[in-house]
Design a protein around this ligand. Structure first.
Ligand SMILES: C[S@@+](CC[C@H](N)C(=O)[O-])C[C@H]1O[C@@H](n2cnc3c(N)ncnc32)[C@H](O)[C@@H]1O
Length: 213
């Protein structure tokens, strides 16, 4: 094991010690610290939430006055605090209205997506799948994120990366690329962050129930 690997393994051990089911907690923590993403009272939608580290962290940050809705097609089998609601299913097939009904507000303050495609081992195939998943997560986020809210999405850097960045800038006032220190050195994943969701354009007559993407 090289020195770098040993340094990376530190995050796995720390997650165990601090009772988080995955080392990915430290990615969200660093993003949160860098852009001040989460605050008490906020509503958060966590897409691709299993095994549950991001939701646990977000639940602590938003406190009991806030709420986290955690979605994954894999069941989350750890106990969650009372301010987390878990939905098992495909995050991209859920009706946005059903999600919004759970928070009783016009939109989520933050939509965070750590969703990743099942990797094939072929770099270009995985990048293309990651781009597609990222764009679908972003469009979904846009339909349920409150004006002024934020988005965090995982993406594998590939030839479509600039397109993904541009799409974030169309929807949010500020776009950031954040590659947390806890990402394994050999991984080509990173996170695109959108801050301050721009107001959605008014829907055309007769399309009021269509999510705006
Ligand atoms: C890297 S893991 C997330 C780790 C999580 N953030 C944590 O801290 O515990 C990626 C997750 O995305 C989920 N996922 C991928 N595509 C999905 C989809 N379309 N709908 C729901 N979950 C999805 C996978 O099942 C997997 O659990």
């Amino acid at each position: 094991m090289g020195g770098n690997r040993r340094g990376q393994d530190h995050f796995g051990k720390r997650a165990k010690r601090e009772n988080y089911p995955a080392r990915s907690i430290y990615k969200l923590q660093e993003i949160d610290q860098r852009v001040r993403l989460l605050r008490p009272g906020m509503t958060v939608l966590d897409l691709g939430a299993a095994p549950g580290s991001w939701s646990l962290y977000a639940a602590e940050r938003v406190t009991r006055s806030g709420k986290v809705v955690a979605v994954d097609r894999t069941p989350i089998d750890i106990a969650m605090p009372g301010n987390v609601q878990v939905i098992t299913g495909n995050a991209l097939e859920i009706n946005p209205a059903d999600l919004l009904a759970r928070i009783d507000r016009p939109g989520f303050d933050a939509v965070i997506s750590d969703m990743a495609p099942r990797t094939s081992g072929h770099r270009f195939v995985d990048q293309a799948r990651s781009f597609e998943l990222f764009i679908r997560a972003l469009e979904f986020a846009a339909s349920v994120c409150a004006t002024g809210g934020s988005f965090v999405g995982k993406i594998f850097i590939g030839e479509d990366f600039e397109t993904a960045r541009r799409r974030v800038r169309e929807l949010f006032a500020e776009e950031r690329i954040i590659r947390p220190r806890s990402i394994r050195t050999e991984s080509y994943e990173t996170y695109l962050v959108g801050l301050r969701r721009l107001p959605a354009p008014p829907s055309a007559p007769g399309t009021e129930n269509t999510p705006t993407a």
